[in-house]
Design a protein around this ligand. Structure first.
Ligand SMILES: *[C@@H]1O[C@H](CO)[C@@H](O)[C@H](O)[C@H]1NC(C)=O
Ligand SMILES: *[C@@H]1O[C@H](CO)[C@@H](O)[C@H](O)[C@H]1NC(C)=O
Ligand SMILES: *[C@@H]1O[C@H](CO)[C@@H](O)[C@H](O)[C@H]1NC(C)=O
Ligand SMILES: *[C@@H]1O[C@H](CO)[C@@H](O)[C@H](O)[C@H]1NC(C)=O
Length: 360
């Protein structure tokens, strides 16, 4: 009588071992992996960090970790009136800037047009396309994480500090000699002088709207700035409320075939969130609140401000929030990713807040 239960237990045990369940420990990594797989990198984790003067750079998503879809780099630095990098162009790389917290100044100048500068504060965005040498049109979207590895000093902190408070506030700017050596990383120094005549966060201050009115996404291949909440917005009501604010749409990305949006989620009202499987790699970075996400065979995880979740192409995932308001930055390869699907399933919306009637 005792034998069969024992056999049953033994075979159950063997089955569990063979299934090799992915665990939370497998999902959480300190550094972006060398090939695509689902992972989560906590805010201020090492993420291959390097320092360049007082600036500390982290790389939650790299070329190798995303299958060469995109790089996600975090920069922290103490306040300084000096330029963080010398004026330069990239001939093949698009660069986009999102202020997760704090503030920084960004300048862009295109084709002899008037130079534009903005002071970006939390939630603001700037897009700077490549400046290809005519007639080449060979653009790519992988900012050079390897450039920073080459230029920076590897850094590791026992306290996950955002940046090193004791580093001198020195120039923090690579010398023009170093810059001239960087063409193989698609960095070409430019002679333009960063203008300093900012008024109310904008230079020029006439004929610009910055934190006072609507901003539109730019024309293809043109730099543009979107103040947080002042760009176009869409409301999707399929599963709770989601407000999608596109930062880069397929039109701006052109041949580069990627999109960037913020997505604000209301507390979910249905039990089972929809599952998505995307054609391209995607990443969420939490800007506010807490996002629960379940990727592939990994257990459900809840990530918070600054944490990054990476989803490889073709791996199913679901997400939702139990908070009243959670906002994420969403970056994706392809021109029909989650943000575009939510926009297509939603309607134009003028507000950064959800409707006052509950969605059921
Ligand atoms: C710095 O880190 C990179 C990436 O983690 C590694 O490839 C390189 O060998 C490191 N360099 C030094 C000097 O430790
Ligand atoms: C700057 O902001 C102040 C306060 O809103 C306003 O009175 C002033 O006209 C602004 N200056 C410019 C140049 O827009
Ligand atoms: C998306 O890309 C496909 C080719 O991959 C193209 O046919 C389609 O027009 C693109 N859609 C948009 C909105 O750019
Ligand atoms: C656009 O990106 C998606 C996802 O990465 C990919 O499946 C598709 O082939 C790409 N299309 C083009 C035209 O590059």
């Amino acid at each position: 009588m005792l034998t069969s239960p024992l056999v049953l237990l033994a075979s159950l045990g063997a089955g569990l071992v063979q299934a090799q369940q992915n665990t939370l420990d497998d999902l959480f990594v300190e550094n972006a992996p060398s090939s695509p797989r689902p992972y989560v990198i906590p805010h201020y984790a090492n993420s291959h960090s390097v320092t360049i003067g007082p600036q500390l750079y982290r790389f939650p998503v790299t070329g190798p970790s995303s299958g060469y879809a995109f790089t996600l780099m975090g920069t922290n630095a103490p306040s300084s009136g000096n330029l963080g990098v010398l004026p330069h162009i990239h001939r093949r790389h698009y660069e986009n800037f999102f202020a997760l917290k704090g503030r920084f100044q960004l300048w862009a100048q295109k084709d002899g047009n008037e130079q534009q500068g903005r002071l970006l504060t939390q939630g603001d965005f700037g897009s700077v396309p490549a400046t290809p040498p005519t007639p080449s049109k060979c653009w790519i979207l992988i900012p050079r994480w390897d450039l920073f590895y080459a230029l920076g000093t590897n850094y590791s902190s026992g306290t996950d500090t955002a940046y090193v408070p004791s580093v001198s506030h020195g120039p923090g700017t690579p010398s023009s000699y170093i810059m001239s050596q960087l063409q193989r990383y698609d960095v070409y120094p430019e002679t333009f002088k960063a203008r300093r005549d900012f008024v109310n966060g904008s230079a020029p201050s006439h004929n610009t709207v910055w934190h006072t009115g609507s901003n539109e996404l730019g024309a293809p291949a043109k730099p543009y700035f979107l103040a947080g909440g002042y760009g176009p917005k869409y409301l999707n009501s399929d599963h709770g409320y989601q407000i999608i604010q596109p930062l880069v749409e397929p039109k701006q990305a052109q041949d580069l075939n990627y999109t960037i949006s913020t997505i604000s989620l209301s507390r979910q009202t249905k039990n089972s969130p929809p599952s998505y499987t995307l054609d391209g790699a995607a990443a969420f970075e939490v800007a506010e609140g807490a996002l629960s996400i379940q990727i592939g065979d990994f257990p459900l995880v809840t990530i918070m401000t600054g944490d990054v979740a990476f989803i490889p192409a073709q791996v199913p995932f679901t997400y939702y929030t139990e908070t009243a308001f959670t906002k994420v930055l969403f970056i994706a390869s392809g021109n029909n990713s989650l943000d575009q699907q939510l926009i297509n399933g939603g309607n134009k919306w003028d507000w950064v807040t959800f409707p006052s009637t509950k969605h059921t």
